[in-house]
Design a protein around this ligand. Structure first.
Ligand SMILES: CC(C)(COP(=O)(O)OP(=O)(O)OC[C@H]1O[C@@H](n2cnc3c(N)ncnc32)[C@H](O)[C@@H]1OP(=O)(O)O)[C@@H](O)C(=O)NCCC(=O)NCCS
Length: 158
């Protein structure tokens, strides 16, 4: 099986939205505070369009035999100068691999490609927000060398 990783273009807009929607559907099963409502679907479309148009973001896609089977986004953020010593932070976001293609190293390749692009933009610090109970994603992130540095504590009162 040959896996091709490529940068997305505006033509990939609908495909990317489908992947982000699938990620939302999955994440709503992990935590009840997340939503995959109609309003959220619209927010996803706006967010994807914004990222495709921005020089600070890049979506990467994984292809097998001409079909897109995975996606992930890299975004550069600039933290507030007063608080942080870092000038550029690279966010790895919106990672999703189609069920039939999991466990074949596709996420690993999507992480590598996004980190390579972010490094070229001057990023030395990489971050990824992962739900604490998303054990598979945590493992994939650890495999790429990531470690936890901040933990959001929560308590449900509803
Ligand atoms: C998380 C996800 C992107 C991983 O994609 P993938 O292509 O299957 O991952 P890889 O094949 O590159 O595996 C990377 C590592 O993750 C871990 N991993 C992958 N699948 C696993 C599984 N089913 N159980 C436990 N660990 C697993 C392993 O450590 C693996 O490394 P190894 O193969 O050397 O052991 C995929 O499962 C997915 O799309 N899940 C739903 C969406 C999601 O959680 N996205 C991330 C949001 S933060």
């Amino acid at each position: 099986m040959q896996i091709k990783i490529r940068k997305a273009t505006k033509k990939d807009f609908n495909t990317i939205c489908k992947f982000v929607n699938k990620l939302d559907d999955f994440e709503t099963t992990l935590t009840p505070i997340l939503s995959n409502s109609k309003a959220r679907r619209l927010e996803v479309r706006n967010g994807v369009a914004e990222k495709l148009a921005s020089s600070k973001s890049k979506y990467f896609l994984a292809e097998v035999d001409g079909s897109i089977v995975g996606a992930g986004c890299a975004t550069i953020v600039e933290p507030t100068k007063a608080k942080f010593t870092l000038r550029k932070v690279g966010l790895l976001e919106k990672l999703f691999v189609s069920e039939d293609y999991r466990g074949k190293g596709i996420a690993t390749k999507l992480i590598e490609a996004r980190m390579t692009w972010l490094r070229k933009q001057g990023v030395e610090w990489f971050e990824s927000n992962i739900c604490a109970n998303n054990t598979v994603s945590l493992k994939a992130s650890e495999k790429a060398g990531f470690k936890p540095y901040s933990i959001i504590m929560h308590k449900y009162e509803f």
